[in-house]
Design a binder for this molecule. Structure first.
Ligand SMILES: CCCCCCCCCC/C=C/CC(=O)SCCNC(=O)CCNC(=O)[C@H](O)C(C)(C)COP(=O)(O)OP(=O)(O)OC[C@H]1O[C@@H](n2cnc3c(N)ncnc32)[C@H](O)[C@@H]1OP(=O)(O)O
Length: 300
């Protein structure tokens, strides 16, 4: 990994990168990885695995805002599973290829005016993505280079380490209550495991979107770096995590996360039933419809 950083630094200093369109530290890291094995070319997510370092970079590329649709979540779970089974992969960096947004969270359209059967399928995909990422034995680092509300925040919180762009206009948090919906218990558990009980209680009730500096202060993210350095800093952090023997780190991770995973495993079906009956309520549909309208108005 340090070879990646040395190479990035060399290129930046030599000015070669500045001759490339849209070049910056972020693209340097991406270009380096891109020169390695293209792991997957699915439409919404790109994965490149560097066979020398064992580090994969997963880039979300689903315009306009990387919302977590059924298709996106399915692709995501498949990619994480594939990397999990690949013994040559030791770590995964998750980031966005789109400007200003890491992920806008669950795709609201998947929860709006659809059939109960669709809600079941969608929620199973949300659960599956969480099981795969939260339960991954690999080192997972979120390189958060844009806004990351709700489900986007959940994905980031599932990772072992979070690095966010220090842009104060970017925010992250579980803002579900602002939409009139309630984050399920395992979203809450995941947040509580990151920032503790008190901050989760405040954050969840208020549906708080933390600015990048606020997120650092409460421990929702671990580092803030200039936007162009988010991916290279993630690569740097990754090298520290990979210096620990895999078996010892993996057992420690599993020991910390197993109770949280077991809790959803035991309540998987009930959680789906709850989601479907909650989402199907007229009042919830009304709230979601109004929220989508608000997003559109804000744009115009
Ligand atoms: C008792 C308990 C039982 C359990 C019950 C469970 C209940 C369900 C729990 C489900 C939990 C849900 C978690 C979620 O993830 S909900 C999603 C929350 N997401 C948000 O609130 C983010 C909304 N989006 C934004 O704030 C902004 O888009 C942005 C991410 C900051 C980006 O801003 P931007 O200015 O760059 O882009 P913008 O113009 O706003 O958007 C572009 C188009 O994209 C559409 N869009 C945005 N977000 C979503 C989304 N999440 N899903 C679908 N579509 C989205 C937006 O409407 C624009 O569309 P258009 O171009 O105008 O048509």
């Amino acid at each position: 990994m340090s070879s990646i950083l040395r190479r990035c630094t060399k290129l930046t200093h030599s000015g070669i990168l500045s001759m490339l369109p849209g070049s910056n530290g972020r693209s340097c890291a991406l270009q380096y990885f891109a020169s390695e094995k293209r792991y997957s070319t699915s439409s919404k997510i790109k994965v490149d695995l560097d066979s020398n370092t064992g580090v994969a970079i997963m880039q979300f590329q689903s315009p306009p805002v990387n919302s977590l649709s059924l298709d996106f979540l399915t692709e995501f779970a498949i990619n994480i599973e594939k990397l999990e089974l690949d013994r040559s992969c030791r770590g995964v960096i998750i980031t966005s290829a789109l400007p200003k947004v890491f992920s806008a969270g669950l795709d609201i359209l998947e929860m709006y005016q659809k059939s109960p059967e669709h809600y079941v399928e969608f929620w199973k995909a949300v659960q599956e993505a969480w099981f795969k990422l939260y339960g991954s034995s690999k080192v997972t680092i979120a390189a958060i280079n844009g806004n990351s509300p709700a489900g986007g925040c959940l994905l980031a919180m599932c990772c072992d380490y979070r690095i966010m762009a220090e842009n104060p206009r970017y925010s992250i948090g579980l803002n579900e209550t602002q939409l009139g919906i309630v984050a399920p218990f395992w979203f809450k558990d995941t947040m509580q495991n990151v920032v503790g009980h008190r901050e989760t209680e405040k954050g969840l009730q208020l549906g708080k979107l933390y600015t990048a500096p606020e997120a650092l202060k409460v421990g929702l993210v671990d580092e803030l770096v200039p936007e162009e350095k988010v991916v290279s800093s993630a690569a740097e952090a990754m090298s520290k995590w990979l210096a620990i023997p895999d078996h010892a780190r993996q057992l420690s991770k599993s020991m910390m996360r197993k109770p949280t995973i077991d809790r959803l495993l035991a309540a998987r079906e009930a959680d789906i039933t709850n989601f479907v009956s909650f989402t199907s309520k007229d009042s919830i549909q009304k709230s979601l419809g109004m929220y989508m309208e608000m997003l559109k108005k804000r744009r115009s």
